[in-house]
Write a protein that binds this ligand. Structure first.
Ligand SMILES: *Cc1c(COP(=O)(O)O)cnc(C)c1O
Length: 394
């Protein structure tokens, strides 16, 4: 696909990064399992090794299948560059350890992904990296902390699992005014629903394991942004070795060709499920940014083109009620994953915040009666009937 073309998202999802002709005229990106790439021409080898010529040396650094994946997501996010990782957490930890040194300060939100939160509360203090976690939707408090000085402002929206929506544009302005690098985890929204780069964000991170891959059969992560920042992060990853496997890259690439179709369906179905559950007597609250009742609905409307396939709801009762309800669902995997073609449901204690203690979850304001529901691409009438029969059974 022509690098400078102005195609729309669906076209980029299908053709982006797929720079045929490939080996023996194959129409699909080949899975190049080769660890290394050989050269007869010593001059050329040196130039590729030094990065002045394009090419491949060793797959911990670069690999053609992995590059196609990076090119596709880079086009989808509309950034200059992208580099990939073995998982979403590898992307997040490598990015932050590239940018932060002892004595530096990072400002973030209380509701980040459980693994990200672990970096903040368990690992960074060991390296004398100062972490300030603010209430996710208290914009004044975040702005105040950022203005006091920080190297990185790290955001995630919508958040996992309570679906809070901080204002990306407003906080990015605050971050840049303080000279900080602004990072957004865009996993929940996907580039179909939210384009952080258009709001000035410097680095966009994905757990590609989720919506990008979409089939729950490959782990991966990616960071997209300016050439300069991505190059620094890539250099750190060359050495930590948290490289994406070519087979996983292929599975993610294949999944991404239908990203726009899947996400469009998931947006539509999640809205219908959310509206239905909001009127259900056994449900006390539904958290979905597309609902008018959502506290940050106006912010979501401003920064998202649609509201995504993730929602959470609270059942009348406690964790025991949830544990009675979940096995009654017939059309959901009960698993610690999201963003797949199949619907997936689970409580935070077993999914997003499995790394945290009950006390830590309570401190983050995550109720034990909460169910996280990742809407798949099944017929939505069947999903709603399934939820109804399971709720009726408890
Ligand atoms: C799953 C997830 C991650 C971590 O990704 P892995 O691929 O599981 O390492 C990070 N952020 C968000 C929002 C996630 O949902």
């Amino acid at each position: 696909m022509d690098k400078n073309s102005n195609y729309k998202t669906g076209t980029i999802a299908v053709w982006g990064g797929e720079n045929a002709p490939f080996w023996e005229q194959s129409t699909q990106v080949p899975v190049v399992h080769s660890v290394s790439f050989g050269y007869k021409d010593m001059d050329k080898w040196l130039k590729v090794g030094q990065g002045s010529d394009e090419g491949y040396i060793y797959s911990r650094n670069t690999n053609p299948t992995v590059k196609a994946f990076e090119d596709k997501i880079c086009r989808l996010e509309g950034t200059e560059a992208a580099t990939s990782f073995a998982s979403g957490m590898a992307a997040i930890s490598n990015t932050l350890f590239t940018l932060l040194s002892p004595g530096d300060r990072i400002v973030s939100i209380k509701d980040s992904y459980g693994g990200t939160n672990k970096l903040f509360v368990e690992f960074f203090p060991r390296f004398q990296i100062n972490v300030t976690l603010c209430d996710t939707t208290d914009h004044e408090a975040i702005e105040k902390e950022v203005a006091a000085g920080c190297k990185v402002l790290y955001l995630e929206t919508p958040t996992n699992p309570t679906m809070k929506v901080p204002d990306i544009e407003r906080l990015t302005k605050a971050g840049h005014a303080a000279g900080a690098i602004v990072i957004v985890d865009n996993t929940f929204a996907t580039p179909i629903n939210q384009k952080p780069v258009e709001m000035g964000v410097d680095l966009i991170i994905h757990s590609a394991t989720k919506f990008l891959g979409g089939h729950a059969d490959a782990l991966g992560g990616v960071v997209c942004g300016t050439k300069k920042l991505v190059k620094e992060i890539y250099h750190y990853r060359e050495i930590t070795g948290a490289a994406l496997d070519p087979m996983a890259a292929y599975l993610l690439l294949r999944g991404m060709k239908t990203l726009h179709l899947r996400v469009r369906q998931q947006n539509e179905s999640a809205m219908k499920v959310a509206q239905h559950l909001e009127n259900h007597p056994a449900v006390t609250q539904v958290l979905y940014p597309g609902l008018k009742s959502h506290p940050q609905h106006e912010i979501a409307k401003k920064q998202m083109s649609d509201f995504g396939g993730m929602l959470s709801f609270m059942i009348k009762g406690d964790l025991e009620t949830v544990n009675d309800f979940l096995p009654r669902l017939k059309l959901a995997h009960r698993a610690a994953n999201l963003g797949a073609v199949e619907t997936i449901a689970g409580p935070p204690a077993m999914t997003s915040h499995v790394e945290c203690t009950p006390e830590e979850r309570a401190a983050m304001g995550i109720p034990e009666s909460l169910v996280r529901y990742s809407v798949g691409i099944e017929d939505v009438d069947d999903l709603i009937a399934d939820l109804d029969q399971a709720l009726a059974g408890i």
